[in-house]
Design a protein around this ligand. Structure first.
Ligand code: SF4
Length: 224
């Protein structure tokens, strides 16, 4: 994709959704950090279901320590890998209390030192809470970067580095939200819905699906 095409790609996605947000629910930086840590290999919907009651009770790392690992597990037992996630959340809460005065640090270096917090989680927190222009490459962004030709790479780090270089202003801060939403709802993993994709003419994917599957078309017609 050329520079102009990338600009146009985000201009169109921004048109429909000028202020995109993460679909995770949270009330402060600490809750966002916990929600993102819990969301690995889980859906945002599933995480929100579990965290509603948890976050009504726990707003700070100290309150999480007071709840304890067993109490936390009770809240998040519907989320995949909840045993190891509970361990990590308790351990990271301890570090936040002991080393950061209970606050969430605003640097990637400090964030990735927390148990269970990788580069992607750190980037989400830096972007969504601290307003930094980070590119949190999840499965959707990795796929979209490669399919469209905007940021090809064999690893998430390679895709992130290319996005860093190529995404222009004024889209840098929100670009990862637009890409996640586009990947989740249109450019789906198994069957991209290119026939209704508003950036199809800019995308260099060779195997575009330009017509809906027959059953799908019939369903849509009968729904009308
Ligand atoms: S044209 Fe298809 S492959 Fe390209 S971004 Fe749109 S949905 Fe994805």
């Amino acid at each position: 994709m050329t520079k102009d095409q990338i600009f146009e790609f985000f201009r169109r996605l921004a048109e429909d959704n000028p202020a995109p947000q993460t679909e995770l629910e949270y009330g402060n930086a600490y809750q966002l950090l916990v929600a993102v840590a819990l969301s690995a290999q889980a859906t945002d919907v599933g995480v929100n279901k579990a965290t509603r009651a948890l976050f009504a009770r726990v707003q700070t790392p100290q309150e999480m320590l007071d709840l304890g690992e067993a109490g936390l597990k009770e809240h998040i037992k519907t989320i995949g890998l909840f045993n190891s996630k509970a361990k990590n959340v308790i351990a990271l809460s301890r570090i936040l209390v002991d080393e950061h005065g209970g606050a969430v640090p605003d640097t990637r270096e400090a964030l990735v030192r927390l148990p269970g917090v990788g580069r992607k989680t750190a980037n989400v927190v830096l972007n969504c809470w601290f307003g930094q222009e980070t590119f949190a490459v999840d499965t959707h962004i990795f796929r979209l970067g490669n399919r469209t030709g905007m940021a090809k790479g064999k690893t998430p780090d390679q895709v992130e580095a290319k996005l860093e270089r190529r995404v222009p202003q004024p889209f840098r801060r929100d670009s990862h939200h637009w890409m996640i939403l586009h990947g989740r709802y249109v450019c789906k993993a198994r069957a991209p819905e290119c026939w209704r994709c508003k950036v199809a003419d800019l995308c260099s994917f060779r195997k575009k699906v330009l017509e809906p599957p027959k059953g799908r078309a019939a369903l849509e017609v009968s729904a009308d």
